[in-house]
Write a protein that binds this ligand. Structure first.
Ligand SMILES: Cc1cc2nc3c(=O)[nH]c(=O)nc-3n(C[C@H](O)[C@H](O)[C@H](O)COP(=O)(O)OP(=O)(O)OC[C@H]3O[C@@H](n4cnc5c(N)ncnc54)[C@H](O)[C@@H]3O)c2cc1C
Length: 520
């Protein structure tokens, strides 16, 4: 028995291993049993719960098929004990964003023993040095959303995530339980257009569109999926025609007050002391020159700015701003739910918007990286000329009460312009063609802004800011690693994240993100 290797059978949710001279079978069943919803006894510690053979029977049945000797072996110990699971199967590490000095290492999803050495070391260094020793975003407590405290949500989602621990982690795999908590005001419109939704930070966002009236089946696998053709068409619309994206899940943070300019100048690498109406692409850096946040800053007025950040990083960005506020006279407000964002992107964007807005959208009147209010249909929008897909286009920030009206107005006029609704997967493949970075994949707090190739967005001459010294040092010494873009010669393989890059047989780097370049 001692010579038995640890056996793991994902599709049967089970593992087998030798344990103190006996065979141990453990399982991560697809629908787990929630426990402790009404509180946990104070002195409960690695205790047992009453056995529940009915719950375990399906696992045992497949185990007997897998290892026939089990039919006669008998059960020495049936151990039924609880474990703590999180909504995304990843543990929580770091300082609670709501409470300074309150450090968390919890929710270990059954891998607490195997993770303990590394997690303990990382947290200790984080506490000691004031910054995580390396990129820990996957397990960072700042990814947690406030609504995830809801116990009904937890009950439903955690019953699923336990089983997902052992399931195949297919690219784009979506949870099936506890969905639909955060929706854009355009959700119904998008669903009617056949949107296949994916979830980020609780937001439902179209990943791709099946077409009007078609119920999309997402489906998962390791190879090219059936929605490949849909995303290809959406990608081409964005590149050569005109596409519409609902980007309402963007995190929107208003920073306002008499010290707002100085405060943001201290936090941002780029010069944000620009004329009202200007949009600045920038990063917030740490003292090592690593990237804490990748964002745009729009100056709304003399003392007011709008920071636009990814949906997934909003809590992290809010915490970063709050922890660096000091005694600056600024108010930091999460405006995410106040405005929807309808992006109209592609070479045909200007002609389409001209059909629904009397405002002059020419290069001269509305240059790149500027924002201003326009009339649209019967309402108003703040049009930001900026693009994550790398084409002519506008992100229309609109008060949520007017979002449906503006959407319907654009969609109706769009019919004559070949407007196609587009999803996040097409946006991703478009931005990759342009080598636009994505926080969490391509850039993290351990990636120096110059290694990331984003030196063009750093202004060391503007005065002091967090990370300036590190930028100057690296500029002087030169970079030893660099983010680069590759195009495969063979179009068949799919790339996602973390695939090794070999050179002369040696691994010299990892793929940070990958997608199919439909218009390269
Ligand atoms: C049957 C079983 C098998 C497992 N197998 C594996 C495995 O093979 N590999 C693996 O990696 N993980 C495994 N795990 C999971 C692993 O044990 C947990 O993930 C890990 O123990 C969690 O560590 P923790 O420090 O978060 O919590 P715990 O280990 O539960 O530690 C919490 C501690 O806090 C103490 N405490 C509670 N309340 C208070 C209080 N008010 N004041 C002071 N102290 C308090 C408790 O007494 C306890 O000592 C298994 C778990 C179980 C139940």
């Amino acid at each position: 028995l001692e010579r038995l290797p640890v056996l793991r059978v994902p599709e049967e949710c089970a593992y087998y291993k030798e344990d103190a001279g006996k065979l141990l079978i453990g399982a991560f069943e697809p629908v787990a049993k929630p426990w402790g919803m009404d509180g946990i006894r104070e002195d409960f510690c690695f205790d047992e719960l009453p056995p529940d053979l009915d719950h375990f029977a399906p696992i045992l049945e497949t185990a007997v098929t897998r290892m026939p000797m089990l039919a006669e072996a008998g059960i020495h110990t049936f151990f039924n004990g609880p474990e703590s699971f999180t909504p995304d199967d990843r543990y929580y590490l770091g300082e609670a964003p709501e409470l300074d000095g309150y450090w968390v290492a919890a929710g270990y999803n059954s891998i607490g023993i195997v993770s303990s050495g590394g997690a303990g070391m990382a947290l200790a260094r984080w506490m000691d040095e004031g910054a995580p020793p390396f990129d820990l975003w996957e397990v960072d407590i700042r990814r947690a959303q406030p609504f995830q405290r809801n116990r009904t949500y937890l009950r439903a989602r955690v019953s699923e995530t336990l089983g997902l621990l052992y399931a195949d982690h297919f690219p784009n795999r979506q949870p099936l339980s506890a969905r639909g908590v955060r929706r854009s005001p355009l959700h119904g419109h998008l669903a009617a257009m056949g949107a296949a939704f994916g979830e980020t930070a609780g937001w439902e966002r179209p990943h791709w569109f099946a077409g009007p009236g078609v119920t999309p089946a997402y489906g998962h696998g390791w190879g090219r999926q059936h929605w490949f053709a849909n995303t290809a068409a959406e990608h081409r619309a964005l590149r050569t025609g005109v596409g519409l994206l609902d980007l309402s899940s963007f995190g929107k943070i208003r920073v306002e007050g008499r010290d707002a300019t100085g405060f943001l100048q201290r936090l941002c690498g780029n010069d944000v002391d620009v004329a009202p109406g200007r949009i600045v692409y920038t990063q917030m850096l740490n003292h090592r020159g690593g990237i804490e946040s990748d964002l745009t800053v729009t100056r709304l007025g003399e003392t007011a700015f709008l920071l636009v950040v990814p949906a997934a990083t909003l809590r992290r960005d809010l915490a970063w701003l709050d922890r660096h506020r000091g005694d600056a006279a600024v108010t930091i407000t999460d405006m995410t739910a106040a405005e929807a964002v309808i992006a109209v992107m592609g070479p045909g964007a200007r002609a389409l918007l001209a059909a629904v807005s009397p405002d002059d959208l020419s290069d001269a009147a509305h240059p790149f990286a500027t924002a201003r209010e326009i009339e649209l249909g019967l309402g108003l929008a703040r049009a930001h000329r900026i693009s994550y897909v790398g084409e002519l286009g506008w992100e229309l920030y609109v008060s949520t009460d007017q979002a449906a009206h503006l959407f319907e107005t654009i969609a109706e006029a769009g019919a004559a312009h070949g407007l196609l609704p587009c999803g996040m997967l097409a946006m991703d493949s478009c931005r990759l063609e342009k080598a636009f970075r994505h926080f969490g994949h391509d850039i993290t707090d351990e990636d120096h802004v110059l290694e990331a190739g984003l030196g063009f967005a750093v202004r060391t001459g503007k005065g002091d800011f967090i990370g300036r010294e590190a930028v100057l040092r690296t500029r002087e010494a030169g970079v030893t690693r660099r983010l680069l873009q590759f195009r495969l010669t063979d179009p068949e393989p799919l790339l996602h994240h973390n695939e090794p890059v070999r050179r002369d047989g040696r691994i010299v780097g990892l793929i940070t993100s990958g997608a199919y370049g439909h218009t390269l």
